[in-house]
Design a protein around this ligand. Structure first.
Ligand SMILES: [Cu+2]
Length: 506
């Protein structure tokens, strides 16, 4: 039997001698344009980015089997480079400037062509500077042709949005560095009280300090009466949400003007959720109906039923949902951890009344924990094998100076990579020694979560693991994709500040 992939490969092989096959190849290639667009948020126009096909579709959706064959056209007036988050391309096509290759200059193009290894819910985003904050992000869906055919696919990508430029946000987050360097210690206790949002940007330091203290106090008062949900503990509220965003978006829209997705009453939905936010972790709230979580980060797990699931920055969840048989709308909410703010989409059969849903929930959502992570079990675990190499990687840094690092090393271009050897089973022991949670992402490989806080188990296979303060997790992967690979915190400003490392092998 000839597979679709083989057919295309043989077409490619013939292309050298038969020009008509070049055109066939052309047809198989998806064009993705990096563009500017105007987005209206809270009634105000904002200039942001987009990754779109010529027909306007954001990102791409393809069937498993065909090669990933994409041309990126950079129509921006600045360089860029797109990373295929969750895919395992050859290193040179991974889209990390400086590691995989150079950024795409303004006006230039870059081609990508590599075989697929897995279907699932992935996404794409710029790995260049802080462009991800301005929505240079899009879904990347690879469907298994025979799986979930009776389900309607609903793709939802979450984003956090600010009218303030990412450069200004970063400058405000790091402004206490100089004071610290000059011997000032004022930043230190400020850190313990409350994360600094950009509301405080324009204040001088003393003023900001007072205001943050007040806010921290108010928050801990509220916190004492809140529902702790999935097992959050009080001290995990310590440092959440570094940046005070102006809006949270689901498919580019706020809950004040949500996307209404047409569904059939009693229909079956496969929701592919992507947390494409830069700095924000959410709780998915399905309302009255239970959903069945069937995959995380594109990789299948043994199903877990719940009305609520956590989703950290960079992660994906595939959730099956049976809709009510009545003509009623089903809102799906995404609530920011440690906050009342939320966004959402509405699933609505024809004739259903669409209510107006408040943009704030009645209670503050707890911080994300590892409670669910500790219950997930891979449907297809890594082969059982002991580790050939193990690295202890401490997540280090602090909010006050906004210096973030791994093993106290703030990454720069001259930081040596961790060495591993092809064919090895590698384990990374990740211990969060900071007051903030960090969603840690490995490029070019899928890892399995094999230990949390000393308990060994056959956890989920994924590419991004969320590690709250004080927690320790071990992930294992097989070194089967030689190259120079990034491993970093997926909070964009933490990565930018140095919580980044690389692995290299040939
Ligand atoms: Cu981080």
């Amino acid at each position: 039997m000839i597979t679709r992939r083989r057919l295309i490969q043989s077409a490619a092989a013939l292309a050298a001698v038969r020009p008509e096959f070049l055109r066939a190849q052309e047809v198989e290639r998806t064009i993705l344009k990096l563009q500017r667009r105007t987005l209206e948020v809270n009634g105000k126009a904002a200039s942001v980015y987009a990754i779109r096909q010529p027909n306007g579709q954001e990102g791409l959706s393809m069937e498993f089997g065909a090669p990933f064959n994409v041309r990126v056209v950079n129509e921006l007036n600045e360089p860029s480079l797109i990373h295929w988050h969750g895919l395992t391309p050859p290193s040179q096509q991974d889209g990390v400037p400086g590691l995989s290759g150079p950024a795409i200059p303004a006006g230039a193009t870059a081609d990508y062509n590599f075989p697929q290894t897995f279907g699932g819910t992935y996404w794409m985003h710029s790995h260049y500077g802080l462009q991800e904050q301005q929505l240079l992000t899009a879904p990347l869906i690879i469907r298994y042709p025979k799986k979930y055919r009776e389900f309607q696919e609903v793709v939802v990508m979450l984003s956090d949005f600010s009218f303030t430029s990412p450069q200004e946000i970063y400058a405000s987050l790091t402004k206490n560095r100089n004071q610290k360097a000059a011997g000032g210690d004022a930043g230190k206790d400020m850190n313990m009280e409350m994360p600094m949002g950009h509301d405080h940007m324009m204040m001088d330091h003393d003023e900001a300090h007072e205001s943050i203290k007040d806010q921290g106090h108010a928050m801990s008062m509220e916190h004492s009466g809140m529902d702790m949900g999935e097992g959050g503990d009080a001290h995990s509220m310590a440092d959440l949400n570094d940046v005070a965003y102006d809006a949270f978006l689901a498919n580019n829209r706020t809950l004040a003007d949500p996307e209404v997705i047409a569904v059939e009453k009693g229909g079956r939905i496969l929701m592919r959720l992507i947390n494409g936010a830069t700095m924000s972790n959410f709780h998915v709230n399905l309302g009255e109906s239970e959903g069945v979580l069937v995959a995380v980060d594109g990789q299948e797990i043994l199903p877990v039923r719940s009305r609520s699931f956590p989703i950290a920055t960079g992660q994906r969840l595939d959730i099956l949902l049976d809709l009510p048989a009545q003509t009623v709308a089903s809102p799906i909410f995404f609530q920011l951890e440690g906050d009342r703010k939320r966004t959402g989409v509405v699933l609505a059969p024809p004739g259903a009344t669409i209510e107006r849903y408040p943009e704030t929930a009645s209670g503050i959502a707890p911080a994300l924990t590892m409670e669910l992570e500790g219950r997930l079990q891979a449907a297809w675990p890594l082969a059982s094998r002991s580790a050939d190499r193990r690295y202890k990687l401490d997540l280090t840094g602090d909010m006050a100076s906004y210096i973030w690092s791994i093993n106290n090393i703030v990454w720069n271009e001259s930081t040596p990579p961790f060495s591993i050897a092809r064919g090895e089973r590698v384990e990374l022991e990740l211990t969060n020694k900071t007051m903030m949670a960090h969603p840690m992402h490995l490029h070019g490989h899928r890892f399995q979560v094999v230990e949390i806080d000393g308990r060994r188990f056959s956890g989920a296979v994924r590419d991004t693991i969320h590690i709250p303060p004080g927690k320790r997790a071990v992930v294992a992967f097989d070194a089967d994709n030689p190259g120079h690979w990034a491993f970093h915190c997926h909070l964009a400003y933490h990565m930018h500040a140095g919580m980044f490392a690389t692995f290299r092998y040939s």
